[in-house]
Design a protein around this ligand. Sequence first.
Ligand SMILES: *[C@@H]1O[C@H](CO)[C@@H](O)[C@H](O)[C@H]1NC(C)=O
Ligand SMILES: *[C@@H]1O[C@H](CO)[C@@H](O)[C@H](O)[C@H]1NC(C)=O
Ligand SMILES: *[C@@H]1O[C@H](CO)[C@@H](O)[C@H](O)[C@H]1NC(C)=O
Ligand SMILES: *[C@@H]1O[C@H](CO)[C@@H](O)[C@H](O)[C@H]1NC(C)=O
Ligand SMILES: *[C@@H]1O[C@H](CO)[C@@H](O)[C@H](O)[C@H]1NC(C)=O
Ligand SMILES: *[C@@H]1O[C@H](CO)[C@@H](O)[C@H](O)[C@H]1NC(C)=O
Ligand SMILES: *[C@@H]1O[C@H](CO)[C@@H](O)[C@H](O)[C@H]1NC(C)=O
Ligand SMILES: *[C@@H]1O[C@H](CO)[C@@H](O)[C@H](O)[C@H]1NC(C)=O
Ligand SMILES: *[C@@H]1O[C@H](CO)[C@@H](O)[C@H](O)[C@H]1NC(C)=O
Length: 367
Amino acid sequence: MAGFMKTAAFVLAATAVSKVSAQTFSDCNPLFNTTCTPNPAFGTWHDWNFTDSVIADTKIWNTTGGTPDYTDVGAQFTINGKGDSPTLESNFYMFFGQVSVIMKAAPGVGIVSSVVLESDDLDEIDWEWLGGNNTSVETNYFGKGNTTSYDRAIYYDVDDVTGTIHNYTLDWTKEQLQWIVDDKVLRTLKYADALNGENYPQTPMKLKIGIWAGGDPDSNSNGTIEWAGGIVDYHQTPFTMTMERVYVADYSTGSTYTYGDQTGSWESIKIAAGNSTVAQRLSKPHGAEAHYKALPKWAQAAIAAGSVAVFAIALVAFIFCCIKSRRAGRRERDAADAQWEKDMQELAEYKRNSPHGPNGGAGKEYF
Ligand SMILES: *[C@@H]1O[C@H](CO)[C@@H](O)[C@H](O)[C@H]1NC(C)=O
Ligand SMILES: *[C@@H]1O[C@H](CO)[C@@H](O)[C@H](O)[C@H]1NC(C)=O
Ligand SMILES: *[C@@H]1O[C@H](CO)[C@@H](O)[C@H](O)[C@H]1NC(C)=O
Ligand SMILES: *[C@@H]1O[C@H](CO)[C@@H](O)[C@H](O)[C@H]1NC(C)=O
Ligand SMILES: *[C@@H]1O[C@H](CO)[C@@H](O)[C@H](O)[C@H]1NC(C)=O
Ligand SMILES: *[C@@H]1O[C@H](CO)[C@@H](O)[C@H](O)[C@H]1NC(C)=O
Ligand SMILES: *[C@@H]1O[C@H](CO)[C@@H](O)[C@H](O)[C@H]1NC(C)=O
Ligand SMILES: *[C@@H]1O[C@H](CO)[C@@H](O)[C@H](O)[C@H]1NC(C)=O
Ligand SMILES: *[C@@H]1O[C@H](CO)[C@@H](O)[C@H](O)[C@H]1NC(C)=O
C-alpha cells in the first residue's frame, strides 16, 4: 500500500486541513510517455460475493500490504499493527462504468477505509471513510493528477458507517459522475463542471480497495494525520473493514484500452475489439476453485474445517465419481487426473496457508 501512503503524504502541504489524498505517480503516465503498454480491459460485469469459498483470484486482483481474510461475512481488511494496509488492486481497467461496494468501514481514529478508481494518467475517483467519524463519507475526484485545488472533497452524512453495511455506488459515464449511497444520489459531477471537462475523470481506471493508517506519524505528514482524524492508537486494534460484495460493470467492451494521444481525453482512448482475458477467465470456472465449488457442501465444510481424514474421504469419493462419469479416452483422463491432483495440492496448500489454517495466513493465495 505504498501507493496510498505516498499519495496521502503528498497532500498535506496544501493547507492545514487538507481533505484529500491523490495518486501522484503511475508506472507509466501516457500523458508524458507514448510507449506505455495498453490497459487490459475488464469489458464485462461481475458481482464478487467474497466469502471463504470466493476469494480474490490473483490473476484478476493483486494483493498488497497484507491479505484480506475471507470469512462468511465477506472479505475483511484488517490493521492489526503498524505497517498493515491490506489492499486489493484490480489488474483490469474499466472505461466508464458502475462500481458498487456493499460494505462497512473500519472504526478507529486515524484509520482510513478507501475505495478508489485511478487511471494511468492520474484521473481519480474516491470514496473514503475516516474511522474516527462514524457518520460521514468523503467523496473526491481528480483529473490528470491536478491537485492544485483542494475544494473537490465533499463529505456527506451516512448513518453508522462502521457498524452497518451500506451500498456505496459510483455511476461513471462520460457525461457525469454520481456518488450514490443506498440508492440515494449524494453527489453529481457533470463533465462541464470539472473545469470544462479538463479535470473530469475520463480515462480507463483500475479499482483499489484497501485500508491504511493515515494517522500513523511514522508514515504520514501532520496534515495527513489531521485529515485522517488524529493519531492511530494501535492498542485499539484490530481495525477491520468488511467488504461483503463488490459489483463492477464496465460500460465499454473490448480487450484493451490504449491512449491514442497525450491529451488524456476520453475521445483519444482506443478500444481493441474482443473479449478481455479477465472476462474469459470469469466466464469459465477454473482450477482448484472450480473443483472446490463442485464438491458437496459437507466436503467443502470438511476442507474448511481442516479435517484431513474427511478431506481424504471427500477426495476419494470425488475422484471415484469423476472417473466413473468420465468415459473419455485414457489419455484425456490421465491428463485430467493430473490436473485434478495439482488443483487439489493447490487447494490443500491454500487451506494450509489460509487465515483459518495452521499457518494463519502466512502463505500465498492460489485462486
Ligand atoms: C516510458 O515507459 C517505458 C515503459 O514503461 C519506460 O521504459 C520509459 O523509461 C518511459 N519513459 C519516460 C520518458 O518516462
Ligand atoms: C454471499 O454468499 C454467501 C455464501 O454463499 C451467502 O450465504 C450470502 O447470502 C451471499 N450474500 C449475498 C449478499 O448475496
Ligand atoms: C499485478 O501483479 C503482477 C505480478 O506480480 C504484475 O506483473 C502486475 O504489473 C501487477 N498489476 C498491477 C496493476 O499492479
Ligand atoms: C463527522 O463528519 C461530519 C461531516 O460529514 C462532521 O459534520 C462531523 O462533525 C464529524 N463528526 C465528528 C465526531 O468528527
Ligand atoms: C488545476 O485545477 C484548477 C482548478 O481546480 C485550475 O485552476 C488549474 O488551472 C488546473 N491546472 C491545470 C494544469 O489544468
Ligand atoms: C455509530 O453510530 C451508530 C448510530 O448511527 C451507533 O449505533 C453506533 O454505536 C456507532 N458506533 C460507534 C463505534 O461509535
Ligand atoms: C447498489 O446501489 C445501486 C445504485 O442504486 C444499485 O443499482 C444496485 O442494485 C445496488 N446493489 C445492491 C446489491 O443492492
Ligand atoms: C508535526 O506535529 C508534531 C506534534 O504536534 C510537531 O512536533 C511537529 O513540529 C510538526 N511538524 C511539522 C512539520 O509541522
Ligand atoms: C466473446 O465471448 C462470447 C461469449 O462468451 C463469445 O460468444 C464470443 O465468440 C467471444 N468473442 C471473441 C472474439 O472471442
